[in-house]
Ligand binder design. Structure first.
Ligand SMILES: Cc1ncc(COP(=O)(O)O)c(C=O)c1O
Length: 380
């Protein structure tokens, strides 16, 4: 089977982890620090700090930005549940704005429709690695005095006019979950260009300690620290970032060139000057009567891995439709998410399917994926 997930780990990562274990210094240490420096260089942000995962990075960002109880945060429903969950964790209220049908990202015009006097922030998500329209989003934020927190979990290597995503809003949050472009097993990072926010995030992730450590706690914090084994893997992944990302971009460009010949498919639109991270390739079906499941089953029968990703939107999740199990629903009035509708997001959710984009994919395998799709449409 040509896989949709295949983690690009080489001997170097294995050796780096072994060295950490042998050193017996397992907690955040020199490898983590080295990674943080490399990640700042990679993203061009002044400051980076590692977290245990991307969800915790988002949660820390919410708290550091002082977004809290009953504040409204406008975000997309077409994303992994962690985006809006981080909003809930802080006591804030996720407000879902519809996406643009072409980019699959939050639509700036729809953001404007959702702004109220309770809106505190916007959380754009660069979905599948496609940079959002940050110019429009930042203009809206400025006009309405709103904070912007970028969810860049899928955006390693995603650029807008050569600026890495995560640098447009006040904070950018990344994930190094084991399927991402750059992996750490689990792992996350917060980037910012604001030193005060950086110090706050570092303290919050370490139980509210000061940089000197010790057992005085100056704010209520969390333990969202990572380990030096994770740091060691991510450190090597950073050194290999050019190699990994250029292979992904090669795959992305080859798919885009070949699939644009298909009348039956539409590809995610990328704005001029935007560099997609090529994390996920997920075309949309535009042929009457053809379903996601039909394509996925056909591809699988021909040994090509495929799947849907967010076919259940965040507001459609059982835990959002009925929030009674969420402890803060005792004190916060949430919208009735079962009544939320975002027609474009619902369309994309029901009509996308993922194709293999992994670095182990050869040109021959990629061409086979494309010819298998051709065969499918010729018979449907
Ligand atoms: C868009 C998005 N946001 C947030 C997260 C959360 O990251 P993590 O799984 O590292 O907690 C993920 C990832 O898995 C994601 O894809």
């Amino acid at each position: 089977m040509i896989p949709v997930v295949d983690v690009d780990i080489k001997e170097r990562e294995i050796e780096a982890v072994k060295d950490v274990v042998k050193s017996k210094f397992l907690i955040e240490g020199k490898n983590t620090k080295m990674f943080e420096e490399k990640f700042s260089n990679f993203t061009g942000a002044k400051f980076s700090t590692v977290t245990v995962n991307g969800t915790c990075a988002l949660h820390l960002a919410m708290i550091a930005l002082d977004i809290g109880p009953k504040d409204e945060v406008i975000t997309t429903p077409f994303t992994f549940i962690a985006s809006s969950n981080a909003i809930l964790f802080s006591g804030a209220i996720p407000i879902f704005a519809d996406i643009d049908k072409e980019t699959y990202n939050i639509d700036p015009e729809k953001i404007e429709d959702k702004i109220t006097d309770k809106t505190e922030a916007i959380m754009p998500v660069h979905i599948f690695g496609n940079p959002c329209d940050m110019k429009a989003i930042m203009d809206i934020a400025e006009d309405n005095n709103l904070i912007v927190l970028e969810d860049c979990a899928q955006g390693h290597g995603a650029l807008i006019d050569n600026t890495h995503v995560g640098n447009f809003g006040q904070i950018g949050c990344f994930s190094f979950y084991g399927t991402k472009n750059l992996v750490g097993g689990e792992g996350g990072a917060v980037i910012t260009n604001n030193e005060e926010l950086f110090e706050k995030v570092k303290s919050l992730k370490n139980h509210g300690r000061s940089p000197a450590g010790g057992y005085a706690h100056y704010r209520i914090g969390y333990n969202y620290r990572s380990t030096d084994m994770t740091g060691a893997i991510m450190n090597v992944q950073m050194e290999r970032a050019d190699e990994i990302l250029s292979k992904r971009h090669h795959n992305g460009n080859r798919y885009r060139k070949m699939l644009k010949e298909f009348d039956e498919l539409v590809l995610q639109k990328i704005f001029p000057g935007h560099q997609h991270s090529d994390y996920i390739m997920a075309p949309i079906i535009q042929k009457e009567g053809v379903t996601q499941q039909q394509i996925i089953e056909y591809l699988k029968s021909k040994n090509v891995g495929s799947r849907t990703i967010y076919s259940i939107l965040s507001y459609q999740q059982p835990c959002y439709k009925d929030l009674s199990n969420w402890h803060l629903s005792r004190v916060i009035d949430y919208p009735d998410y079962s009544k939320t509708t975002c027609p474009n997001a619902e369309f994309i959710a029901q009509n996308h399917f993922e194709l293999p984009m992994v670095t182990s994919l050869t040109d021959e395998s990629l061409d086979y994926v494309v010819s298998t799709l051709r065969e499918f449409f010729d018979n449907h």
